[in-house]
Ligand binder design. Structure first.
Ligand code: DAT
Ligand code: MG
Length: 150
């Protein structure tokens, strides 16, 4: 089972789309093992996006992700990282496939609604950056699991 960190970004929050975003991961069968509302600090945002630190858009990206409360979600499931990224869609929403979150709700790269981890390794690291172990319900026996996981 992989883990991935999802962030319902400030634009999705401002537009009242948190429920819509969460619904899509739930209906995919991915298991919610952590979820909370928080306003990301600049320090945490800079750590989360450290790989982009030298890029020209870094300052704007940190301003954006810290601009309003977000919902952060830890998901677990088979191929959770790639499955969630397929549900999210391409980074640039105007080029994202219809049926994806970004393809259905977005146009611009700086307003792309949702974050999802990009590798299993980063999924573990990002979940740990946002959740203490005590905030994760990893082992809860979800009654549909036998119909989602073989
Ligand atoms: P993703 O969020 O699809 O994993 P990423 O990790 O490459 O994309 O970049 C993180 C965020 O940074 C992305 O969601 C939006 C922003 N971003 C990426 N490339 C950009 C660019 N060329 N111009 C402006 N913002 C960009
Ligand atoms: Mg990324």
């Amino acid at each position: 089972m992989e883990r991935t960190l999802i962030i319902v970004k400030p634009d999705a929050m401002q537009r009242g789309l948190a429920g819509e975003v969460i619904k899509r991961f739930e209906q995919r069968g991915l298991k919610i093992i952590g979820m909370k509302l928080l306003q990301i600090s600049r320090d945490l945002a800079e750590r989360h996006y450290a790989v982009h630190r030298e890029r020209p858009f870094f300052g704007g990206l940190v301003d954006y992700i810290t601009s309003a409360p977000v919902v952060v979600i830890a998901l677990e499931g088979t191929d959770a990282v790639s499955a969630a990224r397929m549900t999210i869609g391409a980074t640039k929403p105007s080029a994202a496939a219809a049926g994806t979150i970004r393809g259905d709700y977005g146009l611009e790269i700086g307003r792309n609604l949702v974050h999802g981890s990009d590798s299993a390794e980063n999924g573990e690291v990002e979940v740990a950056n946002f959740f203490a172990d005590s905030e994760l319900c990893s082992a809860w026996p979800r009654s549909v699991d036998g119909w989602v996981f073989e």
